[in-house]
Design a protein around this ligand. Structure first.
Ligand SMILES: [Zn+2]
Length: 464
């Protein structure tokens, strides 16, 4: 029997609003612990929440980017659970009336689009941060003690829940990369996984291909790397198939990956365990329809559309890489042969760590155009310098001194005649000696010759 993976994702995105979700404390992650707090986010009795208007707007904007509907009315609910990082005993979240519903997100792949349904995108507050000290790094078990930092308590989070429409680990990774880039381009989150401003859980089950049978799913929680997620999904799919094929049953299970777990012990909880009820301290949200429409017009061109457009020029893999790394804007600014420009931008330039937004595109184009004529070191130096305001291609291209074979030939001939025995050995089959000759010529020309031209010309001369 052939099996089909059924994958759904839940993504938490931290909004980079200036202040927290229900109070005016600043959202700052670098400050000393427990300095960005007030009675509201410390859960003092009687403190009243006031929703952050910007967070609501940004969630609607994101909802548009995910192809969601924005209902006339959304309600904040209390999600009740106990955990030390949640002293209120509940989290203000959204339950059956979220801000955004019924979306559709297109994920381009090499063999066509995957269309992933978005069940909902809702707004909620984050819990405080628990830091486990001692024992194994960051682990709860074996820790000597746990500390709590309330700076994060009450910061705005959007939770996005996809339909279980994803059919492969690759598509899951693509979905996440594209979603991350979308969020970054909307300017609503840093979406940095190292900082935890983008976190996600994955639900995985398998079913006989071609059926819509529902089977037990497992949850991979707190994933913080796309590659890690893809590998985790592949491994989990394989594990479940093996269980079914040997006649067993998959157990419902939660597999934790990150060090944090809030709320914990979630393995078998159901919605009813949280006893959701409408937050009595907040009125329902009724987004202004003009605002909702105005936000729709603010959407930039979707990353998926740009991938399809660039694919025509450089093929799918490079197009996807450029767009999901946010480098396609720079790529588009650099004139010249498209595949060459794309490769340099994606690989060599990315390796230098130069900020793409600062690159002088016209000057860099000159260097890329003549990259095979200049020494490798001059090329990488030029890339590294391309982000500085006074970057000029001429300085680096001037080093392209000895590319002309007429200048190179006398040097090569002299070196061959000075090393007769090695030349004989080469002709006798010791082809590894070519490197020796290239080295000699490079030394003689002060490293200014192009190694590729040198070795081609040397081979010609030696085999003449
Ligand atoms: Zn506060």
């Amino acid at each position: 029997m052939s099996w089909e993976p059924v994958i759904g994702l839940e993504i938490h995105v931290h909004l980079k609003t200036r202040t927290k979700m229900f109070c005016r404390c600043p959202v700052l992650y670098v400050e000393t612990p427990n300095t960005q707090t007030c009675p509201v986010c410390l859960a003092h009795p009687g403190a009243l929440p006031v929703p952050n208007e910007k967070a609501v707007e940004w969630t609607i904007l994101l909802g548009h980017a995910l192809g969601c509907e924005v209902p006339d009315r959304a309600i904040f609910h209390r999600k009740n659970y106990f955990y030390p990082d949640n002293p209120k005993g509940y989290q203000i979240s959204q339950y059956d009336s979220p801000l955004c519903v019924n979306g559709r997100f297109v994920v381009p792949g090499p063999d066509g689009d995957a269309v992933v349904g978005i069940e909902r995108a809702h707004l909620e507050e984050d819990a405080a941060k628990t830091i486990h000290v001692g024992g194994a790094e960051g682990r709860i078990h074996g820790a000597d003690r746990s500390l709590i930092d309330f700076n994060r308590a009450g910061t705005p989070l959007v939770e996005i829940v996809s339909a279980p429409d994803i059919r492969s680990a690759d598509d899951a990774k693509r979905f996440l990369q594209l979603l991350r880039q979308t969020v970054v381009e909307l300017g609503i989150s840093d979406a940095e996984m190292e900082k935890g401003s983008l976190r996600f859980d994955v639900n995985v089950s398998v079913r006989p291909a071609g059926t819509d049978e529902l089977r037990t799913r497992t949850e991979l929680k707190n994933m913080n790397s796309f590659n890690f997620a893809a590998k985790g999904i592949e491994r989990e799919v394989r594990r479940q198939i093996e269980i079914y094929e040997s006649g067993g049953q998959v157990e419902q299970e939660t597999l934790h990956f990150g060090s944090e777990s809030a709320p914990p012990l979630r393995s078998k909880e159901e919605a009813q365990d949280y006893r959701y009820f409408p937050e009595p301290d907040l009125v329902p949200l009724e987004p202004d329809r003009d605002l909702v429409e105005r936000l729709r017009t603010k959407l930039p061109e979707a990353p998926a559309a740009r991938i399809r457009r660039l694919e025509q020029e450089v093929g799918f893999a490079l197009a996807e890489g450029l767009v999901t790394s946010g480098r396609d804007e720079l790529y588009s600014r650099i004139p010249g042969e498209r595949a060459a420009v794309a490769n340099v931008v994606m690989n060599e330039l990315a390796a230098t760590g130069v900020d793409p937004a600062r690159v002088n595109a016209e000057e860099l184009a000159k260097v890329i155009e003549r990259r095979t004529e200049i020494p490798r070191s001059a090329f990488t130096d030029a890339l590294a310098a391309s982000g500085s305001p006074d970057f000029s291609a001429d300085r680096y291209l001037a080093e392209a001194a000895i590319v002309d074979v007429s200048e190179l030939d006398p040097v090569i001939e002299r070196i061959l005649s000075e090393n007769e025995s090695q030349a004989e050995a080469y002709r006798g089959g010791k082809e590894g000696l070519l490197g020796f000759f290239v080295g000699q010529v490079m030394k003689e020309t002060g490293g200014k010759a192009n190694p590729k031209v040198v070795s081609d010309r040397l081979r010609e001369k030696l085999e003449a």
